[in-house]
Design a binder for this molecule. Sequence first.
Ligand code: NAD
Length: 422
Amino acid sequence: MSGVGQRSLHQTAVDQFQRAAELIDLNPSYREILSHPKNEIIVNFPVSLDGGSKKIFTGYRIQHNNLLGPFKGGLRFHPDVDLDEVKALAAWMTFKTALVGIPFGGAKGGVTINPGDYSTEEMRRVVRRFTHALGSNIGPDHDIPAPDVGTSSSTMDIVMDTYANISPPGFRQSVKGVVTGKSIEVGGSIGREEATGRGVLYSVRHWCGETGIRLDELSVAVQGFGNVGANFAELAAAAGCKIVGVADHTGTLVNTTGIDVVKLRHWVGENDGIHGFPGADTVGDEELWDLDVDVLVPAALENQVTVERAERLRCRVMVEAANGPTTADAEVVLAGRGIEVIPDILANAGGVIVSYFEWLQNKSARAWSFADVDDRLRGLVWQAHDRVVERRRDLNCSRREAAYVVALSRIADVYDRRGIFP
Ligand code: NAD
């Protein structure tokens, strides 16, 4: 979201990796390459509305880098989707996949649309026409979308079905891996739906291990109660954390004795948002940022933690479940106030990690058990955290810089060996 007067989100993403690049004196050519997406695909496509009229929508697929493997990243359906936002989100995917050591590059896509304004059938047609417009720009060994804000497993099922139907007949059974995050019945992986939230919880656990604080003593506030926020909150509550504040686009709830997250999820299923939930007090939206909690988890959209909010936060650690929730200036304020930040490319990598497992399962036509998925997820998240802690200590830098250093070192190593074509 790069509204008038706002700093470019893509520039923020570039500045973040450039700070880490300085620390390891990264080759200037690699810096230049990584400052730009490889491909920027913009499609304008017509969709028939229920009344019979046609409307043109704009969709994006930004393929940032595929040095380490096929382009990989979500599809966002939101009214604020624009080129700048998708470019930033695509770059973050390159660093996220490199950081956790999975063989993917980075991409992101989306459509500028408010899904709430359209019927289920209209949205199906939007997804089909968007997939058709992308055509061979995506593919199971080329570019693999997944869910993000405003999209879900059912969106991915339709993308896969459309892609299969526009593929030659002999290939239709082998293209399931064109998207991840599908329903299990359609070829998805057990554990993918909650994987991002679970990865966020593993990140909190790792921080507890570092600091000697017990997980079941933590109080937590969460902004965003969609796929990531709600799954995280439910898993955290089940692990003994007290969820004292929750916000979404319909309002903010506080209950200092703990919100019953399972009941709240049922409420949201029936009411389209958390507003009106009887098990907590409804407060003003700004009050979320004043809560006296151990852990704050932004799990909604970017640029939520501004300087003004960073000055008021009372948490010990902020775990970035959303992509890009903290502005560059706010990060300086948080560092000055001694508030730890577990950066997005580390904290929310659980989703793309289990997407990788889904892709492997699709390639081998086998289904893994929950234990297989969960053990490997925890292993990769843990390994990435350990590497970040190590690099942070060696370089005496922030956790975000250390995460980028780990990612950039992997990317640079491969560029060094492969060279730049021709
Ligand atoms: P979602 O659409 O399922 O949920 C988004 C949530 O944010 C909703 O609860 C919505 O009400 C809330 N929200 C929107 N605007 C808000 C506002 N102004 N104030 C408060 N709440 C607001 O999306 P999601 O998949 O949960 O994604 C959330 C974030 O996590 C995004 O930054 C996304 O890029 C990131 N992420 C998602 C995944 C994934 O697997 N879905 C993986 C990694 C990162």
